[in-house]
Write a protein that binds this ligand. Structure first.
Ligand code: DGL
Length: 260
């Protein structure tokens, strides 16, 4: 079984990529909606949430943890990963590989305020691509809009345009550096135009995880996805039906304590 966690609905974009690669794997997705949005939280809070959720997934006996949250990966980049039995697949590593594969040099990163504050994306990409120029911009309005289900609202389209307006022209690629943003990909596409490659790190990340897990033979299971939230179960369920196009998803509510 594969474990995924995020603050909320963004992790579904990672689950979707994994499902494309591994139709028979069992997946457990934890959405920490009690604490969403992560992007506005302190480093200490984020480190504590990361440790708690990695520990919880480990307790579910997962074979791998495929990170559904860039903000948590950025925190781990600065403060280290918590100890885990399961191997962890990082989104920042995956994004860096995607940038290298695309031969991109002028790179924009749109992410949460906490991710941008960490500078982790800039560090990772510059270490891997020595002549890279990286611009990181925060888009704090986007996660609450996605969580509220306002995917197609004019205010959401405007918020994407406002974030992208902070980027310089003539970029080769823009990393969607928060897993909520691929849900808004059509708005990014409209604003950035067809000459700018949009990178969803989950694409490379799911490929790497699938390769490893298929080698280990640990993913020939029932193909079931369990969606767990510590927030509002009914609304979570409705969002999953819409975003994952599953008629009757297996949704579980838990009372996972807020650790902050
Ligand atoms: N989806 C998460 C990320 O990839 C966290 C967003 C948030 O809660 O602010 O960064």
């Amino acid at each position: 079984m594969i474990g995924v966690f995020d603050s909320g609905l963004g992790g579904l974009t990672v689950v979707r990529r994994l499902r494309e690669r591994l139709p028979n794997a069992d997946i457990i997705f934890l959405a920490d909606q009690k604490n969403v949005p992560y992007g506005d939280r302190s480093n200490e809070e984020l480190a504590s949430l990361l440790e708690s959720h990695v520990g919880w997934l480990d307790e579910q006996n997962v074979d791998a943890i495929v990170m559904g949250c860039n903000t948590s990966c950025a925190i781990a980049d600065s403060f280290g990963w918590p100890k885990a039995r399961a191997e962890i697949f990082d989104l920042l590593d995956a994004a860096t590989v995607a940038v290298q594969r695309a031969h991109a040099r002028r790179i924009g990163v749109v992410a949460t305020a906490a991710t941008v504050r960490s500078g982790a994306y800039g560090r990772r990409i510059s270490n891997a691509v020595h002549d890279a120029e990286v611009w990181e911009v925060a888009a704090p309005a986007l996660v609450p809009l996605v969580e509220a289900g306002k995917i197609d609202a004019p205010e959401t389209r405007d918020a994407v345009a406002t974030a992208c307006a902070q980027l310089p022209p003539d970029l080769d690629a823009v990393v969607l550096g928060c897993t909520h943003y691929p849900i808004l990909d059509r708005h990014f596409a409209a604003v950035l135009g067809e000459n700018v490659l949009r990178i969803d790190p989950a694409l490379v990340q799911s490929g790497r995880a699938a390769e490893r897990l298929l080698q280990d033979g640990s993913v020939d299971e029932s193909g079931r996805t369990t969606y767990v939230t510590n927030g509002e179960v009914q609304r979570f369920r409705e969002n999953i039906i819409t975003l994952m196009r599953e008629a009757d998803p297996h949704v579980v509510g838990i009372h996972k304590e807020s650790v902050v």
